[in-house]
Design a protein. Structure first.
Length: 272
C-alpha cells in the first residue's frame, strides 16, 4: 500500500523544541533574568537543530518516541499556535498509537480546532475523516456524486446490491496489480448484484479516462483532480491506497479491508 506522500513525518521528528534546547530555566537562572523577555527562536531553526536528536529518539523506542512527539507537539502548540506542524504531530501520534481511546481522543481534539490557516485546517479535516472512518464501520455509508461521463451515483439508491468502494489511482502500482482480481470478481458476480464504485486519486483526467477505457472498467469513477486531496478520500479518512471498502445490501459499511479475500467476502454478503 502506498503511504500518503508528505514531508510532515520528517518535520515531526525534527520538532522536539524545548526538550533540550529550551528546557525550563532553573530558579537561579530565573533570578538572573531580571524580567527580560526573550524572543522566540524562528520555528524552522529549531527543527534543523533538533532533527537528529528526534530521529534517534524514535528509532530507539517508537512507543516512548510517540509520547515525546505528543508532549512536544502540545508544547509547540502553546508557543507556536499559528504553525500547522504541531497539530500534524498530534495527528501523527493519533494515527500511530495502538491505544484506541487515545486515538479517538486526539482526533476529537484536533477535529474541534478552528483555524484560518489552510494548512491547519487540512490537518483538522483529516482528523475529522479519521473519526468518520473509525465510527463508520457497521453503519450506513452515504456517498453521492457525479462520476466521470456524467453518471449520477448515490449509495442510498443502491440498496439490495453489494458495493465495493475502491479508492485507487492509475499511478499506484499496488492498485494496478490488484485490478485483475477486482475485474474477475466483477465479471463473475456483477449479475448477482455486485457493483463497484471507483474513487480516483488521479490528477490527470485524460490519463484516468484512457486507463479506464483501455482496461475495460465499466463502473463509475469519482474524480476531482486533487490527488491526495481528493474530497471523498479526505472525508473518509483515506491515508493509503489501494483502500477497498465493502457495503452490504442494507447500505451498511461492513468491511474496510475488502482487498483481502474479495470474492469470498462479496459472495458472503450476496448470500445474506
Amino acid at each position: 500500500m502506498k503511504s500518503l506522500p508528505s514531508t510532515i513525518l520528517r518535520l515531526f521528528l525534527g520538532a522536539f523544541l524545548f526538550v533540550s534546547s529550551a528546557a525550563l530555566l532553573s530558579a537561579e537562572e530565573k533570578a538572573n533574568e531580571k524580567e527580560t523577555v526573550k524572543e522566540k527562536p524562528p520555528f524552522q531553526e529549531v527543527f534543523k537543530e533538533l532533527d537528529a536528536q528526534a530521529r534517534a529518539a524514535m528509532q530507539k523506542d517508537p512507543r516512548e518516541g510517540l509520547k515525546e512527539v505528543e508532549r512536544v507537539g502540545r508544547l509547540l502548540i502553546k508557543d507556536y499556535p499559528e504553525e500547522p506542524i504541531p497539530y500534524a504531530m498530534l495527528a501523527f501520534v493519533g494515527g500511530r498509537t495502538s491505544d484506541n481511546e487515545k486515538k479517538v481522543s486526539i482526533f476529537k481534539e484536533l477535529a474541534a480546532i478552528q483555524s484560518s490557516n489552510p494548512k491547519v485546517a487540512q490537518v483538522v479535516g483529516r482528523a475529522k475523516g479519521e473519526l468518520k472512518k473509525m465510527e463508520a464501520l457497521g453503519k450506513p455509508l452515504e456517498m453521492k456524486f457525479t462520476a466521470l461521463g456524467g453518471r449520477e451515483v448515490d449509495l442510498t439508491k443502491m440498496k439490495g446490491k453489494v458495493v465495493l468502494i475502491d479508492f485507487w489511482a492509475t499511478w499506484c502500482g499496488p492498485c494496478v496489480r490488484e485490478l485483475p482480481n477486482v475485474k474477475r470478481a466483477y465479471g463473475e458476480l456483477h449479475e448477482q448484484g455486485f457493483e463497484i464504485v471507483g474513487i480516483s486519486l488521479d490528477k490527470d483526467e485524460k490519463k484516468l479516462t484512457s486507463f479506464v477505457a483501455k482496461n475495460d472498467m465499466p463502473w463509475p469513477q469519482y474524480y476531482d483532480g486533487k490527488g491526495w486531496g481528493n474530497l471523498l478520500a479526505q472525508e473518509h479518512g483515506i491515508r493509503g491506497i489501494p483502500a477497498m471498502w465493502l457495503v452490504d445490501k442494507e447500505g451498511n459499511l461492513v468491511d474496510q479491508d475488502a482487498r483481502t479475500d474479495l470474492e469470498e467476502k462479496v459472495k458472503k454478503y450476496l448470500a445474506q
